[in-house]
Design a binder for this molecule. Sequence first.
Ligand SMILES: [Zn+2]
Length: 133
Amino acid sequence: MLKKGNKLYSIFTGACPKCHHERMYINNNAYVLSETLKMHERCSHCQTKYKIEPSFFYGSMYVSYAIGIVFAAAAFIISFVFFESGPNIAFASIVVTLIVLLPIILRLSRNIWINIFMNYDKRILKEQANRND
Ligand SMILES: [Zn+2]
């Protein structure tokens, strides 16, 4: 499922959406909070510019909202249904989940957002191979 050439690969690893050859983020660890959203300007492999237009990644807010709801629902179901906790604890577990997972949610939403606008391009790999011949 997570092979190069599949959008999910780029979404879950943060790889360049066009060539899947390198990571878009300067630091691979999302929990270094000062660098969570720091990205390279271009892919050094295929020269794709990540920020297509100014404030391009503001749109990923919509995606992060949806992902947040998914995680919040999961936290609620786990604490309320499986652990049979009361509504207060279920609510607290939602808050804690969203705070702890915030860096991951932010990156996932950026990865999904950029993958809506860019597709994997097999030709880049072929061109690269031809150039090396
Ligand atoms: Zn690339």
